[in-house]
Write a protein that binds this ligand. Structure first.
Ligand code: GLU
Length: 428
């Protein structure tokens, strides 16, 4: 589905340049912010179950830490590239700034496909990643978290390796830990719920009631699942969800006109969360190949998979009914698609605002870890709602005041904050 020439870092820099022009940023600040501060690329040798040694490529990119320790997840993906990680690290700086949490931006990755790795092999990759990075990460420097195809178990292996090397307990090293092992209640739900907190505000702004709206979701991972759960609880109806088919290496959309049943679909997934096509068809779902999720006659589109999914080609297939795009994924929409979205007057909740719930809850997790006192789930989610709603309203206000597209308004706020912190420190 991805266009061959797509480069996420070029896209992140193009988005940045456009706002730097708008803000008339000084040349030095502009040069400093459009490039990550530190980059690490390293090998991770692993003794595989078959006795052979496999060498994996790992990355950590720290884009900016002027506002606090850098923060960002680690992705496991067979098509990972250093440029994708660079882009994602930059987006993390803007994300932490737009929700006003005292953290910078970073991202990590390993080129690997967990589908083809045993638990032991994945554990070795996690431990190897930490050994390679141990001198350059830490609670006061750079704090990893889960992302695409990594979860609480991976975080715990990484924490254990870090603590073994340091010789002390250090739960602030990483977030997204299992609950009971330093993790926060609500962290698993946080990103998907955060998307829906901002969607709720956008619906209010457009004078729409959630129970009068239909949505189509791309993805069936952690973000998508909790977004669907909360949106459905609010009375919205998801009529289509797409999911990657590991065997065929393509996506399929699963559509039910009277609304998908989240628990039913979760009940027919494999151990990696992939939906079983045959079982879905027997439960009455239309199983449709390719980009069908974006073609549905719905009010809300929620891309919650990977980057470059709403692009110049796919957006043309979107129905005229679409009023809101709530970006659960990082970088799902290309600048080319943005132009078409603007022309059509679709309201966008940009990725680094919409999906900031994950890192916001990670911040709460660190706070709780530091106090060694853990809040109830309602308290966590209540604080998350307050943060997400305030950030959304600030971006909306900026967009109205300066007559800016929502993505540009979010960028103006975020870039200004990071530029100011870098200036105040005397860096630029
Ligand atoms: N990986 C998530 C993101 O892209 C969360 C990052 C974090 O919690 O540090 O926002």
């Amino acid at each position: 589905m991805a266009e061959k020439s797509f480069n996420a870092f070029e896209m992140a820099q193009a988005q940045f340049d456009q706002i730097a022009d708008l803000l008339d940023l000084e040349n030095g600040t502009r040069k400093f912010l459009r490039t990550p501060m530190r980059e690490f690329s390293f090998t991770i040798p692993v003794h595989m179950d078959n006795g052979e040694v496999e060498v994996f490529q790992g990355f950590r990119i720290q884009h900016n830490d002027s506002r606090g320790p850098s923060k960002g997840g680690i992705r496991f993906h067979p098509q990972e590239t250093i440029d994708t990680v660079r882009a994602l690290s930059m987006w993390m700086s803007w994300k932490c700034a737009v929700v006003e949490i005292p953290l910078g931006g970073s991202k990590g990755g390993v080129i690997c496909d967990p589908h083809n790795l045993s638990a032991r092999e994945q554990e070795q990759i996690c431990r190897g990643w930490v050994r390679a990075m141990v001198r350059n990460v830490g609670p006061a420097a750079d704090v990893p978290a889960p992302d695409v195809m990594t979860n609480a178990q991976h975080m715990l292996w990484m924490l254990d390796e870090y603590e073994s090397i340091q010789g002390s307990k250090n739960p602030g090293f990483i977030t997204g830990k299992p609950v009971g092992m330093g993790g926060s209640l609500g962290r698993t739900e946080a990103t998907g719920y955060g998307v829906i907190f901002t969607l709720r505000e956008a619906l209010k702004e457009l004078g729409l009631r959630p129970d009068n709206t239909l949505a189509s979701v791309q993805g069936f991972g952690n973000v998508a699942i909790y977004a669907i759960q909360l949106y459905t609880q609010m009375g919205g109806k998801v009529i289509c969800v797409s999911c990657w088919d590991q065997k065929e290496q393509v996506s399929y959309a699963y559509r039910k006109a009277d609304g998908i049943d989240l628990d039913e679909l979760k009940g027919i997934t494999d151990r990696f969360g992939g939906i079983d096509k045959t079982k879905a068809a027997s439960l009455g779902y239309d199983v449709l190949p390719g980009d069908e999720w974006i073609e549905q006659d719905v009010d809300v589109l929620i891309p919650a998979a990977l980057e470059n999914q709403v692009n110049g080609e796919t957006i043309k297939k979107a129905s005229n009914r679409v009023k809101i795009i709530a970006e659960g994924a990082n970088g799902p929409t290309t600048p080319e698609a943005d132009e078409i979205i603007k022309d059509r007057g679709i309201f966008v909740i940009p990725d680094f605002l919409a999906n900031a719930g994950g890192v916001t809850c990670s911040y709460f997790e660190q706070v709780q870890s530091n106090m060694n006192y853990f809040w109830e789930k309602d308290e966590v989610l209540g604080k998350l709602d307050i943060k997400m709603t305030a950030a959304f309203q600030a971006v909306l206000e900026m967009s109205k005041k300066k007559k800016l597209y929502m993505r540009d308004a979010a960028y103006v706020i975020a870039i200004n904050r990071v530029a100011q912190a870098s200036k105040d420190r005397g860096w630029v």
